[in-house]
Design a protein around this ligand. Structure first.
Ligand code: SF4
Length: 378
């Protein structure tokens, strides 16, 4: 039945390429975005997802921290940043406040702290290195996934260092991997309009290349649902795919939904549920070399994240616990989910929850399938 449906949609050649393990082209990706039948695109993506992971769905026990929202950049989509210390709602945590966030969770079996910040013009570099070494001193085994490539570029410029010098100094202080934030849309046309005064696409990619060569893993994101075209979305995925061919260092691709509240792009509508599902699906189909597609529930909403587990996604991120960037942009998701909530969400979506650490080592293995039922690989 699906063969007939794919044929009537003109997608037989794409299905055949996927069967043969042949890489999809820019044109294929654009056709998948244009296809009127979302279910057919999702079906193809789910097949690829299940080839790699069956019904397994990953999450982790993590803590998200944003130590300052003071930022010299002026990204139009950002509701989080404040230009100067002293501006309404601007904040910068004292180092001890940051460390207390972890200290007060001493009884939680956390495996990761994820830190991202605004580009603060006045903090010393030691603020960041002391933060890393302080977090490690409190919990020596914890994985520190901190500072986007945009922050790394800013540190290099602010402190007169090379990108490699910054990464090496942060690694010596305890940095374990880089998060994927700051990628937005790689196309220069879009970047010039929405985030002209921060690291460009080549710098973002070169910092991830460097991080991978220094032995770190990282993720890559894509901010969708604003002024980008479908070609620019696929081009973005292909640039990530090309770097992955070189280094193999990306673990997950993370689509991030644009949220329009309280920012300079507030006249635009938020992306629809079907667009969100399609972006996850096309990412799974285009990114044959990136192992995981993450549905970041804070950005998609919990219910759509559950649905995305049938549209190519195999990871829900984690407990998060403290998040400001999306909530200041109007996200109505909770600020935290407990691990039992996440496992229930995964199970009631018909998938098998697996707690992982940042590097996808299994912490809590999947349980036996329960009465909800588990997808068969077809
Ligand atoms: S997205 Fe990041 S770099 Fe851009 S204004 Fe917001 S905090 Fe600053």
């Amino acid at each position: 039945m699906m063969t007939h449906r794919l044929s009537s949609l003109g997608l037989t050649d794409i299905a055949e390429k996927l069967d043969a393990g042949t890489r999809l082209s820019l044109d294929d990706g654009v056709r998948l975005f244009a296809c009127p039948d979302l279910h057919a695109v999702g079906w193809l993506a789910n097949r690829e997802r299940e080839k790699r992971h069956g019904a397994l769905t990953y999450y982790n026990f993590n803590l998200r921290l944003e130590a300052t929202n003071v930022c010299v950049a002026s990204c139009l989509f950002c509701s989080f940043a404040r230009l100067k210390p002293g501006d309404t709602d601007a904040y910068t945590m004292q180092l001890e406040q940051v460390l207390d966030k972890l200290r007060k969770r001493v009884n939680q079996p956390l495996t990761e702290v994820h830190v991202v910040n605004g580009l603060h013009p006045d903090l010393p570099f030691s603020y960041y290195t002391d933060m890393l070494s302080g977090l490690k001193a409190i919990r020596p085994g914890i994985h520190l996934k901190c500072f986007t490539a945009v922050e790394i570029a800013f540190f290099a410029e602010t402190y007169g260092m090379t990108d490699e010098g910054v990464l090496r100094a942060l690694m010596a202080a305890g940095l374990d991997s880089l998060p994927g934030g700051g990628a937005e849309i790689f196309a220069e046309r879009v970047r010039k309009k929405i985030c002209h005064d921060k690291a460009d696409a080549d710098r973002y990619l070169s910092i991830h290349r460097l991080a991978h060569r220094l032995g770190m893993r990282s993720n890559v994101t894509m901010l969708y649902g604003h002024i980008e075209t479908m070609e620019e979305r696929v081009d973005h995925m292909m640039r990530a795919r090309a770097l992955q061919d070189e280094t193999g260092g990306f673990q997950a691709f993370i689509p991030l939904a644009f949220h329009p509240d309280n920012n300079q792009m507030r006249k635009l509508p938020a992306p629809s549920a079907s667009d969100t599902l399609r972006v996850h699906a096309v990412a799974r189909l285009m990114l044959d070399n990136i192992p995981h597609i993450k549905a970041f529930w804070i950005a998609t909403g919990v219910e759509i994240a559950q649905m995305a587990l049938w549209f190519g996604a195999d990871d829900l991120d984690g407990t998060v616990q403290e998040e400001k960037i999306y909530h200041m942009a109007g996200s109505r998701t909770p600020e935290t989910l407990g691990t039992s909530d996440i496992r229930r969400l995964i199970r009631t979506a018909g998938r098998l929850p697996v707690e992982r650490d940042t590097l996808y080592n299994v912490i809590t293995p999947p349980e036996a399938p329960d009465s909800v039922g588990v997808a068969a690989v077809t």
